[in-house]
Design a protein around this ligand. Structure first.
Ligand code: FES
Length: 105
């Protein structure tokens, strides 16, 4: 039997790096919270090409550059935009409620 997804508190909005990427964990999951030009987005923190943590990469408000091989992802939809990254990031539905970033997991 599968468990229904539910909204869960992840991190306070006040704890985010303005305009940047902030690491957050939920249980055993490492997540990346992007304070992007178009809003807040959350993805799994690991690059889909290797095991690099994207929270250590360069974020310009829309694209996150992997710190290991410089693969590029669009955080609005997770799409891979530059080699060697080819597999999209897994994006996690997110919203803000009562000053908290919540994710649907
Ligand atoms: Fe991210 Fe290779 S580990 S591009």
């Amino acid at each position: 039997m599968s468990r229904d997804k539910s909204w869960q508190d992840l991190i306070a909005v006040d704890a985010l790096e303005p305009g940047d990427v902030t690491p957050a964990t939920l249980g055993s999951r490492d997540l990346a919270v992007f304070d992007a030009s178009d809003g807040l987005f959350v993805s799994m923190a690991r690059c889909t090409h290797g095991a690099a943590n994207l929270c250590d990469g360069h974020f310009d408000g829309r694209f996150i550059e992997c710190p290991l091989h410089q693969g590029l992802f669009d955080v609005c939809d997770g799409s891979a935009r530059a080699a060697p990254a080819r597999v999209p990031l897994r994006m996690i539905p997110a919203r803000v409620r009562d000053g908290m970033v919540q994710v649907l997991l």
